[in-house]
Design a protein around this ligand. Sequence first.
Ligand SMILES: Nc1ncnc2c1ncn2[C@@H]1O[C@H](COP(=O)(O)OP(=O)(O)OP(=O)(O)O)[C@@H](O)[C@H]1O
Length: 609
Amino acid sequence: MLQVQSLSYEIKGRSILREIDISIQKGEFYAIVGANGAGKTSLLRILASDLKPAKGEIWFKGKPLRSYSLKELAYSRAFLHQSNSMAMAFTVEEVVRMGRYHLKAVQKQHDLAIMECMRICEVDHLADRKIQQLSGGEQQRVHFARVLAQVWDQKDVLLLLDEPVASMDIQFQHQTLAIAKALTAVGFSVVAILHELNLVAQYADRVLMLKSGRKWWEGAPIEVLKPENIYAIFGVQTKVSTDMATLTPSVQTCTVHYSAAKFNSNYKHELAMELKEKYENYKKDHPKARIYDCAKALAVSEAQLLLTQLSDDVVLLKDDMWAILQELPRLGHVMALTRNDACVHERKGTYPAAANEGHVVLFHNDDIDLRVFIQNWAYAFAVKVKDLWSIQFFDTSGLAVHKVYLTKDSNPLAVYEELVNAYRAVDQTYFTINIPAVLSDISIPDSEIDIDSFQSDWLNMKDSHEFFGILRKYSLQRTQALRLAPAGFAEEMSSDRFSEILNEVSEQQVPVMVFVSNKGCIQIHSGLISRLVTMDNWFNVLDPQFNLHLNMDAIDQIWLVRKPSTDGDVHAMEVYDKQGNLIVQFFGKRKPGVPELESWRSLLLAQKV
Ligand SMILES: Nc1ncnc2c1ncn2[C@@H]1O[C@H](COP(=O)(O)OP(=O)(O)OP(=O)(O)O)[C@@H](O)[C@H]1O
């Protein structure tokens, strides 16, 4: 029906569209999406022959578009503009009739077309009303009826719709697109600019994503409407799930939170003072509460609380995380801390030089073993509380991802102070950190998963790291994968058995690896765990070099997991919270190329009754 080759368009020397190639088939519903100003309307107006491209060719029904006369175009394409304001007080029926002014037909044929168009758009009861006196959505339905009336008697028409449902309620949004869709079944081709991505998913056969005048992506909605593409185009975080019966994606947008202080500097100081006061009152009432607990109680992030404390003791550092990470070895012997909501991992040692592996920064020696997902790190502070000096790192939501505390064996304080002065941010005033809404992961039901193939992939793992790839391949949640694991490869265990095993590990001095992670970091302790102490609901390891604090109340499931590798099977104990988040993992101490420790394996398996 329509082929566009190397189309470019400029306004006053400014490039609006660049090198667009698209092809629209007869009977196809083709949607165009893109940010404001991306060039969607310009493209549609060029397809309507309303604007002339600077470069490129457009073929319409086998002929160059530019060779069509206005009259020929009126019979073969109809264009609904984005805005259709009318200066004169026409009635609804007169407006719809305008769609047919240029057409040759007998009066009866006109009347029938006008009546049918008004009826299907549900504006027939408004026929005698003045268009300006209608609501925005009603006016839009009248103009859609006018555009339909223009081509009501034709076949194989190109229908160009610029935001046709922008003002309509949900009933009419669907009704209008359903009309367009029905016309594709009788040979019309529809090209519609739509902002509502779920309507695109439901009605379009294919989608073009435009970004700054260029074709960014094109394909079926299921191929195009992916969180990474949507983020690239609109800068908005989304979750996309797919109805497997119809292969229709469904886009859920994360809520954006602003505080007035973000855009009105008049509120900045007041907000900082208000939060500072709340924080101080909370600390007075709960003297033992740590900043983590205060932040939870006040429903803000830890970094947000630190911003209320900016002073000589709390200093915001520049946001050059990689540069700061490279400085950490200079501090000498320190304590590294990584935590999630249910578990704190503290390991003493000296940071080795950081190795930047692209998506991950590695620190690895016998003491400090860290994998840092630096793209999630956003803020760093130097914090002094009483006699404790630290460098603390936070993610984009202000949640703590990693902290480094000086110890009595650290290099002289002057080294720390030098680092803080070198990286002190220029602006030391309060700002608001937005906490993005966290949508719960949408899991795919077991019935939709190819369990045989998943289990075969599990059994064929060569390295336990392949597990992440398998989770992604089948869109599985971690605990769901364990539930569906091959027989004998994942088994739930009680918390009593879990404690027993850890006691055995301690008594028999079996070296282990303990992994604790959050979105920005994985921290690993490799070695012995000796002094185990349970206090209230907390299980603790309290060794000179390694401390672990695990909130037993937060535990929902504990699994004994077996994964094949080229070095033989690897066994782990994995602890999960109610949301299915991994809290902590225990392995026998191991190295690539060396089989798992027999002492760890026999201890774990001996516990199985
Ligand atoms: N007459 C004009 N003069 C100058 N610039 C223009 C003109 N018309 C459009 N532009 C510019 O061209 C770019 C593309 O505009 P266009 O209307 O095609 O965008 P769009 O993708 O349809 O946006 P929206 O979603 O906001 O409707 C924009 O930067 C716009 O400001």
